[in-house]
Write a protein of this length. Structure first.
Length: 257
């Protein structure tokens, strides 16, 4: 279990995929794509790397990554911080994002680090979970860090991701925990960010387990309070709003055929 505090502007941490037209007429996919197209530089902040280190430490504690065999999809990959942390422990990683600017940044940084494309590269695509996508590839691991709260329909996204898992493969997710019994810890998202955040209070464990089950996945691990977080919404105006809370970690497994 991790206990760590992360301070960062809110729009630095999420990798913005809505994929579904869902909820109060808001198209979260389009809103996130537009938002992140103009906020690519946010991913250069040290706080993003700090969080990625903590997140991937939890992932490696609960999945036996093998440099010689483990194939990974980093979904809603952003500029590739999770991918680069997992690179030394994986055979290959494919990043997926709906924002071209972030995919370009991901690939540029991989190239700068001398990582060949067959080991790490990103593609700009809105996956549907259909045969032929990603050249028919399936993965041992799919990671998704700090993005689920942007998805209009987490059910549809999870079913789509399950499609890309090999039998026995694992979906590893970190996101915001909803703790209603302690209202002070439930994130309060300023109104101006709500068009890119579908789930402003995070997720309850029961809800998340049900979503995984609905996609045919078995929740093998759920750590409700894997790590702490503090998000500043505007680093220039700290008084404008910051939220604190807990991040959960979950590992959901696709049954072997």
């Amino acid at each position: 279990m991790l206990s760590a505090k992360t301070t960062m502007a809110h729009h630095h941490h999420h990798h913005g995929h809505g994929h579904e037209h869902h909820g109060q007429g808001v198209d979260f996919a389009a809103a996130n794509k537009e938002y992140f197209s103009t906020h690519v530089s946010d991913f250069d902040k040290p706080s993003v790397t700090e969080l990625a280190i903590k997140v991937t430490k939890a992932m490696r504690e609960h999945y036996p990554f093998d440099k010689n065999s483990t194939t990974v999809m980093d979904f809603a990959c952003g500029a590739g911080h999770i991918s680069r942390e997992l690179g030394p422990y994986s055979k290959s990683i494919v990043g997926v994002d709906i924002t071209q600017g972030l995919v370009d940044a991901y690939n540029k940084r991989a190239t700068e680090k001398g990582i060949p494309p067959e080991e790490m590269h990103a593609v700009c695509v809105e996956l549907k979970g259909e045969e032929g996508e990603l050249d028919g590839r399936k993965f041992d691991v799919i990671t998704c860090s700090m993005s689920y709260h942007h998805f209009g329909s987490v059910e549809a996204i999870t079913k789509m991701l399950a499609f890309f898992l090999k039998p026995g493969g694992a979906l590893l997710i970190v996101d915001i925990l909803n703790k209603p019994e302690n209202a002070a810890e439930v994130p309060k998202i300023p109104e101006k960010y709500r068009h890119v955040i579908a789930h402003t209070s995070g997720f309850k464990e029961e809800k998340f387990r049900a979503v995984m089950q609905g996609a045919g996945l078995i929740t093998a691990v759920f750590i409700p309070e894997a790590m702490d977080f503090t998000f500043l919404f505007n680093e220039e105006e700290e008084g404008e709003g910051s939220v604190t809370g807990k991040l959960f970690f979950t590992k959901a497994v696709k049954p072997s055929a």
